[in-house]
Design a protein around this ligand. Structure first.
Ligand code: ADP
Ligand code: MG
Length: 431
């Protein structure tokens, strides 16, 4: 900037008329800069999108590599990659071209100014209006003009690139957090575990998932939730853990609306075992201890035993210190699930949510885990989502969900005898 200002000042002092002639093309080069930069932003955006597209493609195909190979889809996926890669290169070349036009063209026009000064200044010298010395000095200074101007223009282009990238980062940073803790959140120390849903409704974009659902689970009792898949059972779990908030109605724990409770306390006292639990790349002990890091080794071992995990651990060369999960030893779906069950045992919550937590177990380990469940469910509020009749029948109450609504609720034996929706769900299993 200083160099530019100094050069311009000296040029003006030497001969202002010659200076004006020399910069006559300046507006044109500014126009080129602004014109191409605007288009350049669009191109940069496109380039970023192409690059994100390739990233997504790679992650998905690497994760799905087994399916791709077994479906003989390698060639197809290679073609898809080639198409995405071509689109990326195309976008890159267009971006480079525009980058040159928005930076190089204005620079070229400025250099053309030098030629004009040469012609006009030369004629002035011949006419005796200025001395040769003035012209030579003038031109020596004018030669120095394009470098800083081009530098500034390049900076302008770089800023345009940064602005596009920044906009994309801001899209993520500015995304509204939907579940926030109330500023005056109540801490929960002692939890009895009474749960109440009052006229709860919840919808995704595609339509209602829970429609005016009400039920009560007294502290220490077990509620079984049954129904066809897609009925909204797992959504009840998400609502209880406040991964979602209801659109209408209220959910309470011990009489406190969940929205008024400290999130950390809620999630300490309400724990879920999911159908497809997550296992970290860490040792088995670390995975079991995840919900309660301060637990002792004895407690970890006891939790593993209750979850029927001990015979599996005995086979392992390093026992509890065997690394599992991605990049570690692969564990089967059943082992994964038992690790999650042990994790829940150890967390010792007041409210336990079991979302089809035995679905991927073989019959033998299922029996072990179910026996463990019976122990852990003692004196604890449990919501049991299960396709197993024997488990549902052990609950104190059952609600049958279908198509977002409760179609039946009551004691399992009573519903069974009534011969309605509840027994119909298990027609195949009962035979
Ligand atoms: P269930 O556990 O009873 O099988 P869910 O509670 O998981 O059923 O889902 C209920 C309905 O909500 C299903 O129709 C499902 O497709 C839909 N659903 C679940 N999660 C989402 C989501 N993130 N976006 C849109 N719809 C969803
Ligand atoms: Mg589900």
């Amino acid at each position: 900037m200083l160099f530019l200002i100094g050069t311009v000042a000296i040029l003006l002092m030497l001969d202002w008329r010659l200076f004006l002639v020399g910069v006559a093309v300046m507006p044109l080069s500014l126009w080129a800069l602004v014109h191409y930069r605007r288009r350049l932003e669009g191109r940069i955006q496109l380039l970023r999108e192409c690059s994100a597209d390739i990233g997504n493609f790679l992650i998905e195909t690497i994760q799905g590599v087994k399916l791709i190979v077994t479906s003989n889809a390698q060639e197809r996926e290679v073609d898809r990659f080639r198409a995405k890669n071509d689109a990326f290169i195309d976008a890159l070349m267009r971006m480079r071209w525009l980058g040159y036009m928005s930076g190089g063209l204005p620079g070229l026009l400025i250099s053309a100014g030098t030629a004009v000064v040469f012609l006009y200044g030369g004629s002035q010298v011949i006419n005796g209006a200025i001395t040769l010395g003035t012209l030579v000095t003038f031109m020596a200074y004018q030669m120095r003009l394009p470098a800083p101007v081009q530098g500034l223009m390049g900076l302008y282009t770089n800023l345009a690139t940064a602005r596009v990238s920044l906009r994309r980062v801001h899209e993520i940073l500015d995304a509204e957090v939907e579940i926030v803790e109330a500023p005056d959140a109540v801490a929960l120390t002692e939890v009895a575990g009474s749960i109440r849903f009052d006229d709860v409704s919840f919808a995704f974009d595609r339509g209602p998932v829970l429609d005016d659902v009400s039920f009560h689970v007294p502290a220490g009792s077990t509620l079984a939730v049954v129904g066809p898949s897609g009925a909204g059972k797992s959504t009840i779990v998400d609502l209880l853990l406040r991964h979602l908030d209801p659109d209408a109605g209220a959910i309470s724990l011990d009489g406190h609306d969940l929205r008024g409770l400290s999130l950390a306390d809620l999630r300490r006292h309400v724990v879920v075992v999911e159908q497809e639990p997550f296992v970290f790349h860490a040792t088995i002990a670390e995975n079991v201890r995840y919900g309660r890091p301060e637990a002792s080794d004895d407690e970890v071992a006891a939790a593993a035993r209750s979850a029927g995990l001990d015979s599996f651990i005995e086979q392992l060369p390093e026992g509890f210190d065997t690394e599992v999960g991605e990049r570690g030893m692969a564990v089967s779906a059943g082992e994964r699930q038992r690790i999650a069950v042990a994790r829940a045992f150890l967390a010792d919550p007041a409210v336990l949510l079991l979302d089809e937590a035995t679905a991927s177990l073989d019959p033998v380990s299922e029996q072990q885990v179910i026996a463990g469940y019976e122990a852990i469910m003692q004196g604890r509020t449990t919501i049991l989502i299960s396709h197993r009749l024997d488990m549902a029948r052990q609950a104190d109450r059952v609600i049958v969900l279908d198509d977002a609504r409760i179609v039946e609720q009551g004691a399992p034996s009573q519903l069974w005898d009534a011969g309605g929706a509840f027994p119909r769900l298990f027609v195949g299993a009962a035979q």
